[in-house]
Ligand binder design. Structure first.
Ligand SMILES: Nc1nc2c(c(=O)[nH]1)N(C=O)[C@@H](CNc1ccc(C(=O)N[C@@H](CCC(=O)O)C(=O)O)cc1)CN2
Ligand SMILES: Nc1ncnc2c1ncn2[C@@H]1O[C@H](COP(=O)(O)OP(=O)(O)OP(=O)(O)O)[C@@H](O)[C@H]1O
Length: 199
């Protein structure tokens, strides 16, 4: 039996995982990013997808931007923070070129380009702070991805498949889940590509 993580330990876990991933060397970062990109490249899920949500890595997150160079026939989109009153992320087309605008968390965003409703993406590669084998995800704590993909809750097979992307060290024993959490359909790390049971 794997040990469960108590709800009260979430903040501490977030701090610990963010520190651990930031402390990876540049060399480890590159190796993990390349290995995970290769894992994804082999997956029929990625091969079949046309419209793919990706992210601009920050704070030691796994860097899988090589996918854009490898799959020039696919359309990639970056998350754009919502403006009140709408609480969901939008996804804007990105061709891989440098970006100058940064949002309030200092994460680069494209300022022009087609945006696509999150429902119309085929696959979303989701950044995360920690994950477990069942597809539970701990994020930065603002609930953006959960709110954006809340429409999947009553219909888990609808919309895009959500695949977490992380370093293997971000894998933990069972995370506590909340009613609003949207489970991941899988997770990719430098060590492999796991499909999860719950989604
Ligand atoms: N690369 C990447 N892009 C992403 C996300 C992510 O997790 N990773 N997001 C996933 O949801 C959204 C941004 N979510 C975020 C939520 C909270 C904080 C945050 O708390 N940042 C600071 C403190 C806040 C501040 O400076 O005002 C921190 O580092 O603690 C950052 C991003 C959209 N884009
Ligand atoms: N579908 C939703 N409707 C309303 N509020 C939501 C929804 N999903 C999440 N939230 C809110 O977002 C807050 C943060 O959620 P949580 O701690 O699970 O974020 P996270 O998944 O770690 O962060 P993120 O997705 O930004 O990386 C929760 O307190 C909750 O109130």
């Amino acid at each position: 039996m794997s040990k469960s993580i108590a709800r009260s330990e979430k903040a501490e876990l977030r701090r610990r995982m963010r520190t651990a991933r930031r402390q990876l060397t540049v060399y480890q970062q590159r190796r993990h990013g390349r290995a995970a990109t290769i894992q994804l490249s082999r997956s029929p899920l990625l091969q079949r997808a046309k419209h793919i949500g990706i992210y601009w890595p920050m704070d030691g997150e796994l860097d899988i931007r090589w996918l854009i160079e490898r799959f020039t026939d696919k359309h990639f989109y970056l998350p754009v923070l919502p403006h009140a009153p709408r609480p969901q992320l939008r996804f804007r087309r990105w061709h891989g070129s440098p970006l100058t605008y940064r949002n309030r968390y200092r994460i680069p965003e494209p300022v022009r380009g087609d945006s696509l409703s999150p429902r119309r993406l085929d696959l979303v590669l989701v950044p995360l702070v920690a994950f477990d084998r069942d597809g539970a995800r701990l994020g930065m704590g603002a609930g953006f991805y959960d709110r954006t993909f809340a429409f999947k809750r009553p219909l888990p097979g609808s919309g895009p498949t959500l695949i977490g992307a992380a370093h293997q060290l971000q894998c933990v024993a069972q995370l506590p889940t909340d009613s609003w959490d949207i489970p991941l359909g899988g997770v990719v790390t430098e060590a492999g590509f796991y499909r999860c049971r719950r989604a």
